[in-house]
Ligand binder design. Sequence first.
Ligand SMILES: [Zn+2]
Length: 91
Amino acid sequence: MMYQFFMIIASIVVIIILYKFAIKVRDKTVANKVIKFSLNKGRSSKANKKTCSFCKKKAKRLSFYATEVGGVVGVCDSCKPQAERRALLRL
Ligand SMILES: [Zn+2]
């Protein structure tokens, strides 16, 4: 009886340790992904700098939206209503 009780306690402790370890590992991978993402973002925004995806004109300021196909478009202020009408997600 005492032995069974001990085994239950021991397995609970092991589960807690494993759970904490799993969280630590997951946090690390998430942090790495965020760093990679921000690096990629900086690079890609330099490549297609300040050109509206709709009218192809150069704009001082672009608003970025996610498209239904999973891409990202940058639109100028005059094309913004057009993007909103297409119900794109504002980033
Ligand atoms: Zn435009």
